[in-house]
Write a protein that binds this ligand. Structure first.
Ligand code: C5P
Length: 232
């Protein structure tokens, strides 16, 4: 399993997404499709991007009763994506059911990773809104361990947590990390960020990069810069 840069294609429709991907000509970046694009353009956008030869991380963050998540994953497995995800807060049983649903009759399946705590949730919200009184990094590691127990392949986490997740869950447990910015770039609404080079140092397996590439004057050059810093 190699390290890679995943480009978050947070566009509202298929036209803008495909026009963006057209800029890359020969290159086929690993693409993240999130809720905005999936709900706006429908499952066909996944098939179209896959047919163009891209790997796909389908970021829909499922969270429901185990049976419902299992049935939803049975639908997603036929979209032939490379990575799917869900909320670890749905419990170990829900994650096990998701894996069952995602596994095809021939035993193959997309990778499945878990969101531990959203990076938008801070200690105050954890305590006041969710009545969880433990320190947030303890909660994140507990949820990551639950995901590993359920048989998942890894977690989505902040690059600041990637090293600790590997210490707690093992080196082969994937860390997929958003919140990446160039040293000389805009932070935007991300709070705790790292550069691609720093994310490489702390052992992130995949970095998810949106606006530093999609909003760049030259998206292909920005993508190449990410690749050079993170992999090269
Ligand atoms: O534009 P930017 O680089 O901030 O995009 C990051 C992407 O990663 C967005 O699609 C965002 O929804 C996603 N993400 C995140 N933090 C998480 C989980 C997903 O930023 N904890």
């Amino acid at each position: 399993m190699g390290k890679d840069v995943i480009v978050a294609c947070d566009f509202p429709n298929a036209e803008q997404t495909l026009a963006f991907l057209d800029k890359f000509q020969g290159r086929k970046p690993f693409v993240k499709i999130g809720m905005e694009l999936f709900y706006g353009a429908g499952p066909d956008i996944v098939r179209q991007i896959k047919a163009r030869g891209h790997k796909i991380f389908l970021d829909l963050k499922l969270h429901d009763i185990p049976n419902t998540v299992k049935k939803a994953m049975m639908v997603l497995r036929d979209l032939d994506v490379d990575i799917c995800n869900l909320h670890a807060a749905g419990t170990i049983r829900m994650m096990e059911a998701a894996l069952e649903g995602l596994t095809r009759p021939d035993g193959s399946r997309p990778m499945l990773i878990a969101v531990t705590q959203l990076t938008s949730t801070d200690q105050e919200a954890l305590e006041k809104d969710l009545l969880i009184e433990r320190p947030i990094d303890e909660v994140v590691m507990h949820y990551a361990l639950n995901a590993r127990k359920a048989g998942l392949d890894g977690v989505v986490c902040s690059p600041l947590e990637a090293g600790k997740v590997h210490d707690v869950c093992g080196k082969d447990f994937l860390t997929v990390t958003p919140g990446v910015r160039f040293a000389d770039g805009d932070v935007g609404d991300q709070k705790r960020v790292m550069t691609p080079a720093e994310a490489k140092k702390v052992g992130s397996d995949y970095i998810v990069v949106g606006r530093p590439i999609t909003a760049a004057e030259d998206p292909v050059a920005a993508y190449e810069r990410c690749i050079a810093e993170f992999i090269g």
